[in-house]
Design a binder for this molecule. Sequence first.
Ligand SMILES: NC(=O)N[C@@H](CC(=O)O)C(=O)O
Ligand SMILES: [Zn+2]
Ligand SMILES: [Zn+2]
Length: 425
Amino acid sequence: MTTYLLKNVSVLGGEPQDLVLKDGVVSTGSTTEGVEVIDATGLIALPGLVDLHTHLREPGREDAETVETGTHAAALGGFTAVHAMANTEPVADTAGVVEQVWRLGREAGYCDVFPVGAVTVGLAGERIAELGAMADSAARVRVFSDDGRCVSDPLLMRRALEYVKAFDGVIAQHAQEPRLTEGAQMNEGELSGRLGLAGWPAVAEEAIIARDCLLAAHVGSRLHVCHVSTAGSVEIVRQAKARGWNVTAEVTPHHLLLTDELAATYDPIYKVNPPLRSAADVEAVRAGLADGTIDIVATDHAPHPHEDKDCEWAAAAFGMLGLETALSVVQQTMVDTGLLDWAGVAERMSYAPARIGRLSDHGRALEDGAPANLVLFDPSVSRVIDSSETASLSRNTPYAGRELPGRVVATFLRGKATVLDGKLA
Ligand SMILES: NC(=O)N[C@@H](CC(=O)O)C(=O)O
Ligand SMILES: [Zn+2]
Ligand SMILES: [Zn+2]
């Protein structure tokens, strides 16, 4: 295996130093013999990014994405671990399916894949799935979610929260009260009325988050809130944390950058669940991510083939790509605005998501002996996003034609380069 010497690299934005990647681990000393030298002057090293929320679509929708293509996109985005959501066909609600997804990730070798297990059988919201069997399987599932659907039955949610305590699991809730969002198409507000698109009220998200925080506190379990999108949601999570409840939350890159104004184009590339919200909501989720109320950034990478997106708004699928652009969007919205430094980015895109997912070999500081999972990032350049250049099988990026700052130069998984010079290695 190649030994790499990263010359003059700025770890978390600090003073330039050398890092050696040898036999799968990091060392801060220097060696010169038999090494491949990478001039990392001006580059920032971050621990390999960890995504708690990715849709890889395999099994079942291999026309949209596969574990192989999705993990290529992940590596190009600087990720060394992704959690693959359970809304596949068949649903990842048994030990057999989660082991299959986990193994496909290992075989592809670009990024570790940690399957998320479904909370209910078939995501139908009626019976709890085999959570314990998934936890005990080779995939060691710790995160459970019916994402795409809300676990709306409060008794089922309570039982699931109680159940996962036995193996230190967490329920990741897609917070959407179904009765308040029937037929909903975009953020409810003055604009939805003007555009004639059915509104999706903030309270549909906030009511479920409030309920679930109370349930998690009542049974003493861990709750994670997927894709927080409104100012009110941030406030509820803030209050839950102030009371010492075990609640964590994520925000997506697109909810940090884009607003509901984009719906005025009627271009379904901007159609996503939860919907893009107002500028005031964007400001609130940025502030919540900065002050730690929102723990992490998660991509909610949601590939869809063109026939499901290139149609009229109401008929189009919800979802957008995110893996290859996440770090750039975070640079633009959080670092270049002065809201976070690079150490803060490492916390929110690597350490904290690894802790929530109970991963041991990811989300580790780049110190002597740590697994060599890291990304080299150049924040000084910018690029115009071209949807035809993605490694994903789908093309539904909302950033096509936009200029975004920064570029992933290299990614290493256990010391092996998965990306070099910005290309798959
Ligand atoms: N985010 C989306 O708009 N879509 C996701 C489901 C989800 O995350 O709720 C998908 O699976 O396509
Ligand atoms: Zn969701
Ligand atoms: Zn999702």
